[in-house]
Ligand binder design. Structure first.
Ligand SMILES: C[S@@+](CC[C@H](N)C(=O)[O-])C[C@H]1O[C@@H](n2cnc3c(N)ncnc32)[C@H](O)[C@@H]1O
Length: 254
């Protein structure tokens, strides 16, 4: 359960692939699955499937929900460099923990991020980074306020990687997913580790088609898109609803 009295309190943990992550006492949850491994989770559940599904695109605009330690953003850049891709990428990432972002210039990232040192430092100090290929903006503030202000129909990829629905429900409600859907292009891909019935319902009620995704060495995750993706295992949500008529999306408080 969320505990405001523990605001900002964190502990470092070593995840199973050797990469470091944090445990938030405030949210009573770790920033990454310790079992899946911080870097492995980021690459396997988010970056790799999203980029494979957008293969060949010359530019991509990504929404990284939320920045946290920045693994998803940094793993994206690492993936592009590793594959010598010239794809232009813009990443927009909300985050309300400004002190965390400011501290990241001193965070001990895995060796894979070594070449990203300047980018890590610029983001930590200025919340923006830009060169000929990459533009990254961390939107400091509450995502529920910053996200609806973005231009609609421009996003190709969403990494939906907030703390879990149990401890941070406001980033998993039907209304939140409506805001996210409004930003997505018709072939956008949303990746998330949460396969919970409430997550699926919230996405489905906003016109997303849902698919299971099984990556090596990580637990099953979900890929959503306005369009059905033939190469993935599609989830028949009408059938799911018949079988579990009590499943409901989370809702914003009235
Ligand atoms: C699970 S962590 C994100 C991990 C991140 N994707 C990474 O790779 O390191 C969730 C993040 O969401 C942030 N957060 C929670 N609620 C938020 C909100 N309403 N607006 C903006 N950021 C929020 C937390 O401060 C935390 O850094």
């Amino acid at each position: 359960m969320y505990d405001e009295t523990l605001r900002g309190q964190k502990e470092t943990i070593v995840s199973d692939d050797g990469s470091l992550t944090l445990y938030s006492k405030e949210f009573n949850e770790s920033y990454h699955s310790p079992k899946d491994g911080a870097l492995r989770e980021s690459l396997n559940k988010h970056v790799i499937p999203a980029f494979l599904l957008h293969k060949g695109k010359s530019s991509l605009r990504i929404l990284d929900i939320c920045y946290g330690l920045g693994y998803n953003t940094l793993a994206t850049l690492h993936y592009i460099q590793m594959h010598n891709m010239d794809t232009r990428v813009e990443i927009i990432s909300p985050e309300f923990d400004e002190a965390l972002v400011r501290s990241l210039k001193d965070f001990e990232y895995p060796a894979e991020f070594e070449s990203l040192h300047t980018i890590i430092k610029d983001l930590s100090n200025n919340f923006v980074y830009e060169d000929e290929q990459f533009k990254i903006t961390i939107l400091i503030g509450d995502a529920r306020e910053t996200i609806p202000q973005l231009v609609p129909d421009q996003i190709d990829i969403v990494y939906q990687d907030a703390f879990s629905p149990k401890v941070n429900p406001m980033l998993w409600t039907r209304e939140w997913f409506a805001d996210i859907r409004a930003l997505c292009r018709e072939d956008a891909v949303l990746t998330t580790y949460s396969t919970a019935a409430a997550t699926r319902m919230g996405l489905y009620e906003n016109g997303f088609e849902l698919h299971y995704y099984d990556a090596p060495d990580t637990r099953r995750s979900l890929i959503a898109s306005p369009k059905k993706i033939e190469s993935l295992e599609w989830i028949d949500m009408e059938l799911k609803k018949q079988r579990n008529p009590y499943a409901e999306s989370l809702r914003d408080p009235q």
